[in-house]
Design a protein around this ligand. Structure first.
Ligand SMILES: [Zn+2]
Length: 182
């Protein structure tokens, strides 16, 4: 498995290319910047390695506890965190639910104190509205996030298969050296 630093480097190297690709496809600065933002966000702190106590988890700082249940439930490098689309969809839903729960908790306090009168239904309706009205922007961010995750698990795969190949090559070399000595 590559280190956090290697994953960071991959993100830095690929960011301009992702930006270029997004610009060629969308021809719009707004969508391009959202794809790039999603890519960088996924590369540095919203990637598959949130399933362990990684650099990505540490970057959430004081909000790192948010990912504790995720870490407990999702096995490292399973399809739930490192799978194509499934990993990103799972993390997006997880974050959405976590944010909604936090808002609900805050609203419960302000409702009880008599400062607001927002119900669960209101919150659900508002969230749905925001998701539907700005769907293009969310799709651009989601594509960026999935590209970031893809760069991560592809690097994981490459490094793992390179290590496997090296491990199986080393004994062969030793064997041939022994033969030569004989
Ligand atoms: Zn990983």
């Amino acid at each position: 498995m590559p280190s956090g630093k290697t994953h960071d480097r991959v993100t830095v190297w690929l960011t301009p290319w992702v930006g270029l690709g997004a610009m060629l496809v969308t021809e719009r600065w707004l969508y391009t910047s959202l794809v790039v933002m999603g890519f960088v966000f996924a590369g540095f702190m919203f990637g598959p390695d949130l399933d362990i106590h990684s650099v990505q988890t540490k970057r959430w700082g004081r909000m790192g506890w948010l990912w504790w249940p995720y870490r407990r439930r999702v096995r490292h490098r399973s399809w739930l965190s490192h799978g194509f689309l499934a990993g990103s969809i799972g993390r997006c839903l997880y974050l959405l639910v976590a944010i909604l729960l936090l808002i609900l908790f805050g609203l419960q306090i302000t409702n009880t104190a008599g400062h607001t009168t927002v119900t669960w239904n209101d919150l659900g309706r508002m969230t749905g509205q925001i998701l539907v009205d700005y769907w293009r922007l969310w799709v651009a961010i989601a594509i960026g996030i999935e590209l970031g995750a893809m760069s991560h698990y592809t690097a994981d795969e490459w490094v793992s298969s390179w290590k496997r190949a090296r491990r199986s090559a080393v004994p062969k070399k030793r064997r041939s050296r022994k033969r030569r000595r004989r």
